[in-house]
Ligand binder design. Sequence first.
Ligand code: GRF
Length: 206
Amino acid sequence: MNSKILNIIVLVSGRGSNLQALIDGIQAGHLISKVTAVLSNKDSVQALERAQKAGIACLVVPSKGKPKELFQEELLAAVSNLEPDLIVLAGFMKILSPAFIKRFENQIINIHPALLPAFPGLNAQKQALDAGVKTTGCTVHFVDEGCDTGPVILQKTEDILDSDTEETLSARLLKKEHTALVEAVKLIEENKVVLQGRQTLLRNEP
Ligand code: GRF
């Protein structure tokens, strides 16, 4: 199999459970790639503690109290220095600049807690509950300039129960997110994801 060890950078803003799923996936041998750095726009977040514990380099590029453009420039410079093969947005709460997306075209993926294109943006679980849908899920997708609009790599579904609250649904979805993210990174490291316009095709044999 034509697998490639990817230099992965994970961008975070908070809890970091999806980062943890990647760390665990690597430690368990499900993935051959390496998370070489975790970059946060906030200091003192749990994601950075998780990275430190795993011996991964941590970087903070603060977004607070500075013009958006300056933050975007600093972020692009910091990530470029790391020469990543793959950038994973795992609960990163900032919009990437068009320059960033162009520089790392088709190298950025995001995990979103809904079946895109349904319920993009914030509070996707609440959006699903408010809409009264019976099934939602999570999506791993390439990042383009839109909000949660890039080509879908994979999705997992989750049925909504009558008794669900935002908390109970989010908790079940999060477990699916963790599996989906590791699976998506595995597909990419095995060179099985082929982009064709807005679609991705999954190759059986690389
Ligand atoms: C996840 O629900 C993810 O889908 C969304 O933000 C949340 C991040 O959670 N983009 P965590 O920080 O990975 O625990």
